[in-house]
Design a binder for this molecule. Structure first.
Ligand code: NAP
Length: 270
């Protein structure tokens, strides 16, 4: 994994688990690569012995420019998985699959009554969330962000199913919503909790969070207290890893409870 900084990453636990499970003679390493060295590092990936890599902050936009991205990475504007295919560096964005697969696992059938979703945030994670929800046929996505112009830019990028929503418009947006997603930094250690009234969402609504430090955010606690099904950020993190692993090693791995427990333990010890 290439990042700056990178040492906080839990990816070695996730991929190390699958490397061991599949008996591969492989290694997953963290590489601290400063922004001005990223292009050179990527250009010599094969010489360094790599079949591919993942790009985290601040390299995701640069990774898109320096590789042959698929349609998904292009639409989102960021690539975080890179692999070598016949000498060409290709890339995709694994967060879409990660978010949707975690939802499918935690709340099967979530999309049956999710004509209307409310999403908070308009950064990188939100782009993947919105793209994934549109792919799955969600008809209306009310998008709220501290900086409204960024939500408006989403409408330009993804079309009229995305509805930039002000604070005053949120109560009407939440009423009858089938899905509520925090794709912003709310609830992360050092950030405020998301201030949301879940009393008027559908009784069978699902609440998802992309944040995984802490594992159980204030939003998820509130949703559980209201009796709603939830999907957490660690599920997303684990499932996006399946895309990376398959691209690098040609094996489709399975997210397991044992693996999740290992990452949870590491998060607790952090
Ligand atoms: P980003 O591009 O920097 O976007 C951050 C978003 O949070 C923006 O919408 C920003 O609003 C909002 N925000 C930040 N501080 C805020 C505050 N104090 N009050 C209100 N809104 C605030 O970051 P990102 O890459 O989207 O990451 C967001 C979160 O998703 C992080 O916690 C990250 O760890 C998590 N994530 C998880 C996964 C996973 O696999 N589970 C994958 C990717 C990201 P403005 O636009 O107004 O600044």
């Amino acid at each position: 994994m290439m990042g700056w900084p990178v040492k906080q990453s839990r990816a070695p636990i996730i991929h190390g688990y699958w490397i061991e499970k599949h008996g591969l003679d492989a290694d997953f390493r963290l590489e601290a690569v400063p922004p001005d060295a990223f292009a050179e590092f990527l250009a010599h990936l094969a010489e360094r012995g790599y079949v591919g890599g993942s790009a985290t902050m601040p390299h995701k936009e640069m990774a898109l420019k320096l590789t042959e991205p698929d349609a998904r990475a292009t639409a989102i504007g960021a690539a975080n998985v890179i692999w070598l295919e016949n000498g060409t560096l290709r890339s995709t964005n694994s967060d879409v699959v990660g978010f949707i697969a975690a939802l499918d696992e935690s709340a099967p059938g979530w999309d049956q009554h999710a004509e209307k979703a409310v999403v908070y945030g308009a950064g990188g994670a939100a782009r993947a969330v919105v793209y994934g929800l549109l792919e799955r046929g969600v008809a209306r996505i009310h998008l709220h962000n501290r900086t409204l112009e960024k939500a408006e830019a989403f409408r330009e990028r993804f079309g009229s199913k995305v509805i930039p929503t002000t604070t005053d418009e949120l109560p009407a947006a939440l009423a009858g919503a089938g899905l509520v997603v925090n794709a912003a930094s709310f609830g992360m250690v050092g950030y405020p909790d998301l201030d949301v009234d879940l009393s008027t969402v559908r009784d069978d609504a699902v609440v998802a969070d992309v944040v995984y430090v802490p594992l159980e955010t204030g939003l998820l606690k509130k949703a559980r207290a209201r009796g709603l099904r939830v999907s957490d950020g660690l599920g997303m993190l684990l499932h996006q890893g399946t895309v990376c692993f398959e691209k690098w090693f040609g094996v489709h791995p399975v997210v397991t409870r044992e693996q999740r427990a290992r990452v949870e333990q590491a998060l607790r010890n952090a």
